[in-house]
Ligand binder design. Structure first.
Ligand code: ADP
Ligand code: ADP
Ligand code: ZN
Ligand code: ZN
Length: 748
């Protein structure tokens, strides 16, 4: 092989990497393994993806670069033979109310052509007539959104007040306001009578009436139309897509709620579009079908004239089905897809295009997939590779690691205890290695032989939300319960939407990023920073505010940001380290004050582990112990929370809860981002929460977590309309006897 058969990294020192040099074969599937925090992301995201983006950007002139994403130069001597890199991450697809699975997958576009040619009676000209995002196709009342705002009368009017007393809650209607003067000028309303006592006719005028009036306001005479409250609110806030921006929505939602549009019933299209049919189906009927059902219906569309189009649609739908998304429909709004679902949709999109010679980088694509469906993901990764691409994947799932052409194992530990390459080679060679990863690949935990006994239950009323078949949930109090089932079976609907609604006391610990500003870090999150500041203040006889990089102690040059923005006018803006504090964020004056030989900046640079040796007093030490117990001893006290992975963030949230009692916790896939060795730690933490008298519900696909639980509730048997039943509820071992349960078969 020549050198260009490899991506070559020379002396990588990014984050915790210890001068890593590494060759990664091109046009192959390489999986990166290793405990959380060992440095996998530092290599593939922070080094390879950054450097690929940076090298690509540098081929453009400086003006064009202004419009390109910014990449930093990784701390590495060299990276050779990179290709353009595409990161397929788990960020939700997002989009707005007009984005659906159909629109983002481009399948809606094909349906539009199909109906514009073959729909009968024929409608419009050109395929845009069949778009709910085009005036020609949209329902005129909801403008293609499928939902409309319903104004909540009780929110805009406080009935038992009179208008003079301020009955109207909308802004601008105060007695001195223009709107109030206009309303008064109609002569329709008794301003001193409580609105509740108005006749039905007067009330209707107040809400929806219209009347020309003359108003004297601030020494000017205005001739305007008085409009009733609802009429005016609708015109000003809701028409012409005005209600679709985030800011507008916040304002509107105080007074109105989204309901299905009464005109189109949520179908988004106008009646002419819906009247055009092929074989008895209109465009909405087809796109609302679950994808597996859609494939069956399309198989009956066998006229030769449409064969080419139908084949194109079926191929794309099949692509989505192949990654286990058979339970979705094309009408599903992208904003409601989970991170894992979003990532699979993106992967299918990249597969459908014909680019080759690319570098695809995926972060734990097995997230959200039941072991039953992992082989579908494997097939997808292999197809990406077989099209002539290099595929790099961070993964912990043994079934994915197994299909890798090449494995890079990082370790041995996390943070400063990691950052080295422990192994490179084939899967078979990995199994024979003496790495931590190999130890776990070769064995798994037994089914919990001594489950805690169920006594009382927390229940929710029967629900038919989404795909649920009138299902009630009963969770044993004070136990560790795992909720299982294939993707789309209804786990999140039942637990997070139905059950949690009825139990608002539940504490949901999700993978969503911590709501943190750029100055939050583990020390502020756990609340130890105030204690540390006080200790520094007492030791030096000064004010504790000096030790805050947000107030008195901030570096005067960068105001405590640690960096400066350089505006180079015609070049891209550059961020540089602050020359005064060197990124430490504190006023250099403050650094003269020490606690047992360390200043505030040195303390914030300590890892949790180092800090626990330094702070032996109970208050700080206790909280640091909580961080160590969830396996985060390698984090620095001052590491910005924005740099934590989803899994690290989730464990930080758990750490804060560790010493509480009598709570109800819901954890959504806590093993995401975790190596088998970390998973053992998480199982220990959950048991510890339960031992302290808490009830813990865990939605999981990891078999070791399932085996370790006290109680298992399996939902299925399949996804979407073929799921939504509780197949089993009881001690874990019992599920293996349930034939309809896929989970049961995998636990055998
Ligand atoms: P993995 O992907 O194996 O979980 P990472 O590469 O994300 O590991 O992290 C390796 C180490 O570098 C961890 O200790 C992590 O906390 C640390 N780290 C990651 N990003 C940053 C950052 N921006 N600043 C400081 N430390 C970081
Ligand atoms: P799981 O958590 O087991 O993966 P979900 O509860 O997410 O399953 O999904 C169950 C069913 O409900 C699926 O058919 C899914 O497409 C549907 N569903 C989930 N969320 C929504 C939503 N916001 N809008 C419409 N359908 C949804
Ligand atoms: Zn409508
Ligand atoms: Zn500074």
């Amino acid at each position: 092989m020549t050198n260009s058969d490899f991506i070559e990294i020379i002396n990588d020192r990014e984050n915790n990497l210890q001068n890593v040099s590494l060759k990664i074969p091109k046009n192959q599937l390489t999986v990166f393994t290793g405990v959380s925090g060992s440095g996998k992301s530092s290599i593939i995201f922070e080094t390879i993806a950054q450097e690929a983006g940076r090298q690509l950007n540098s081929t453009y002139d400086s003006f064009t670069r202004l419009y390109l994403p910014h990449y930093h130069r990784p701390d590495v001597d060299a990276v050779h033979n990179l290709s353009p890199a595409i990161v397929i991450d788990q960020k939700p697809l997002g989009g707005n109310a007009r984005s659906t699975l159909g629109t983002v997958s481009d399948i809606s576009a094909l349906f539009r052509i199909l109906f514009s040619r073959f729909g009968r009676p024929q409608y419009g000209s050109g395929s845009n007539a069949f778009s709910f995002n085009d005036p020609a196709g949209m329902c005129p009342d909801c403008e293609g959104i499928g939902k409309t705002y319903w104004i909540d009368e009780s929110a805009i009017l406080d009935d038992h007040l009179s208008l003079a007393e301020g009955a109207i809650q909308l802004p601008g209607y105060g007695p001195k306001g223009f709107q109030y003067q206009a309303l008064k000028a109609t002569g329709w309303f008794d301003l001193d009578l409580p609105v509740a006592e108005y006749s039905a006719e007067t009330r209707e005028r107040l809400l929806n009436g219209e009347c020309p009036v003359t108003v004297a306001f601030k020494e000017t005479i205005f001739n305007v139309n008085f409009e009733g409250l609802i009429r005016q609110f609708t015109r000003q806030n809701l028409r012409n897509g005005k209600g679709n921006t985030e800011g507008a929505r916040k304002k509107i939602e105080k007074f109105a709620t989204m309901q299905p549009c009464p005109t189109c019933g949520g179908k988004r299209f106008n009646p002419s579009v819906l009247a055009a049919k092929i074989k008895g189906y209109n465009i909405y009927d087809l796109t609302a079908l679950q994808l597996d059902d859609l494939l069956e219906v399309l198989a009956t569309f066998d006229e030769t004239a449409m064969a080419g189009l139908i084949a194109g649609i079926r191929e794309r739908v099949q692509g989505l089905v192949d990654v286990g998304l058979d339970y979705l429909s094309l009408t599903r709004e992208t904003t409601t897809l989970s991170g894992g679902e979003s990532q699979r949709v993106k992967t299918v999109k990249y597969l459908a295009n014909s680019l080759t010679g690319m570098l695809y980088i995926l972060d734990e694509p097995s997230t959200g997939l039941h072991p039953r469906d992992v082989h579908r993901l494997n097939a997808l990764l292999c197809r990406l590779r077989d099209k002539g691409n290099t595929v790099l994947v961070v993964e912990h799932d043994p079934d994915v690691i197994q299909v890798a052409d090449y494995v890079v194992d990082m370790g041995p530990g996390a943070g400063i205890h990691g950052g080295q390459v422990m192994f490179t080679g084939t899967y078979d060679a990995l199994r024979d290695s003496d790495t931590l990863t190999a130890q776990y690949l070769n064995r798994h935990l037994p089914i919990n032989p001594t489950p805690r006994q169920a006594q009382d239950f927390l229940t929710s009323r029967p629900s038919s939300r989404h795909n649920l078949k009138n299902v009630a949930l009963a969770i044993p109090k004070g136990l560790f319960t795992v909720i299982t089932g294939v993707a789309g079976s209804g786990k999140s609907t039942l637990v997070e939407q139905v059950f949690a609604q009825e139990h608002p006391e539940a504490i949901q610990i999700t993978q969503r990023p911590l709501h943190a500003n750029s100055r939050s870090n583990p020390a502020t999150y756990m609340g130890v920073l105030n204690d540390i500041r006080e200790q520094l203040a007492t030791a030096n006889g000064v004010s504790d505010s000096l030790f805050s990089a947000n107030s008195a102690g901030a570096c005067p040059k960068c105001q405590g940001k640690g960096t400066l923005e350089l505006n180079l006018s015609f070049m891209e803006n550059a961020t540089i380290e602050c020359p005064v504090c060197h990124g430490g964020r504190f006023d250099p004056q403050v650094l003269q004050y020490q606690l047992r030989g360390k200043n505030i900046q040195e303390i914030m640079a300590m890892t949790v582990e180092e800090a626990s040796a330094f702070f032996t007093d109970t208050k700080v030490a206790k909280k640091l112990t909580q961080l160590q117990e969830v396996g985060l001893d390698y984090l620095a006290l001052g590491q910005p929370l924005s740099t934590l992975s989803g899994g690290e963030g989730q464990r930080l949230k758990i750490a804060k809860e560790l010493n509480k009692k009598g709570n109800l916790y819901i954890l959504d896939e806590p093993t995401t981002g975790l190596h088998a060795a970390d998973i053992k730690v998480i199982i220990g933490i959950i048991n510890r929460l339960v031992d302290r008298g808490n009830t813990v519900i865990v939605i999981e696909h990891n078999l070791d977590v399932m085996r370790s639980a006290d109680w298992l509730i399996d939902i299925g048997p399949d996804g979407g309309s073929k799921g939504g039943e509780i197949l089993y509820s009881g001690p874990v071992a019992g599920v293996t006897a349930v034939e309809r349960s896929v989970t049961g078969q995998y636990l055998k």
